[in-house]
Design a binder for this molecule. Structure first.
Ligand code: PGA
Length: 254
């Protein structure tokens, strides 16, 4: 696929997979995807499997991501994990502000922005998630919600840091529901997000930022979604838990 920006496809394994299962999955992906040069491939296992997966992907074209991190660098924050600890395991990306964390851990845009700054300070690339719920969409608030989240979650970042941030547009009503946004719906919001990025960081930067779509991405709909001009990849949940489906999503977009 001929794209303006290099596609980035990430698997968000969420709270699934033991260490052994994680190793099996990533070793299978390594075999399946070793020839792929056109797409940035990222897997985001649970924290407990990061070390094992990190070792397994040395010398491969698969990069490692985490699903969350603390906004703090170190200290008395029981249960938290700092950016530097992730770097220590050769983690390159970190998902921030996933809708599940916004919902269950009550993460705010301001907190997500602090985490994004801490990630950049440790040379981790954040994947910042934004997206409206079904009731917000039905109430005609989709653009207002996406704009508030985008501006708030990137507050304080320099234009250079924004350029190195990945945005994931994940309409909450499409996550884990089997209801995918149509490619036209995705394109509309992605173009809108890019317009906001232009206002925040300038047109030249906005043109370089990669905006992933997330929400029930599968092998059957990946090509159509990724064919949209402003859709630069995918953040995949359920379909990233199996070698066949994640590998096919990537292969179907090439
Ligand atoms: P899904 O999840 O692909 O299972 O809809 C996407 C996500 O939450 O990142």
């Amino acid at each position: 696929m001929d794209k303006e920006r290099r596609l980035i496809i990430a698997g968000n394994w969420k709270m699934n997979k033991t260490v052994a299962e994680s190793a099996d999955l990533v070793n299978g992906l390594k075999r399946e995807l070793s020839g792929v040069k056109e797409v940035d491939i990222v897997v985001c296992p649970p924290f407990t499997a990061l070390s094992e997966v990190s070792k397994a992907i040395i010398d491969s074209n698969i990069r490692l991501g985490a699903q969350n991190m603390s906004e703090q660098n170190y200290g008395a924050f029981t249960g938290e994990i700092a950016a530097g600890m992730l770097r220590d395991l050769a983690v390159r990306y970190v998902i921030l502000g996933h809708s599940e964390r916004r919902q269950y851990q009550k993460e705010s845009d301001a907190l997500i922005a602090k985490k994004a700054l801490a990630a950049h300070a440790a040379s981790l690339k954040p994947i910042v998630c934004v997206g409206e719920t079904l009731s917000e969409r039905e109430a005609g608030q989709m653009k207002a919600v996406v704009e508030t989240q985008t501006r708030g979650s990137l507050a304080g970042l320099t234009a250079q840091q924004i350029e190195e941030t990945v945005i994931a547009y994940e309409p909450v009503w499409a996550i884990g529901t089997g209801k995918t946004a149509t490619s036209a719906q995705a394109q509309e919001v992605h173009a809108f997000i890019r317009q906001i990025l232009g206002q925040i960081a300038g047109e030249a930067v906005a043109r370089k930022v990669r905006i992933q779509y997330g929400g029930s991405v599968k092998p059957a709909n990946a090509r159509e979604l990724m064919g949209q001009p402003d859709v630069d990849g995918a953040l995949v949940g359920g379909a990233s838990l199996e070698e066949r489906s994640f590998a096919d999503i990537i292969k179907n977009t090439i």
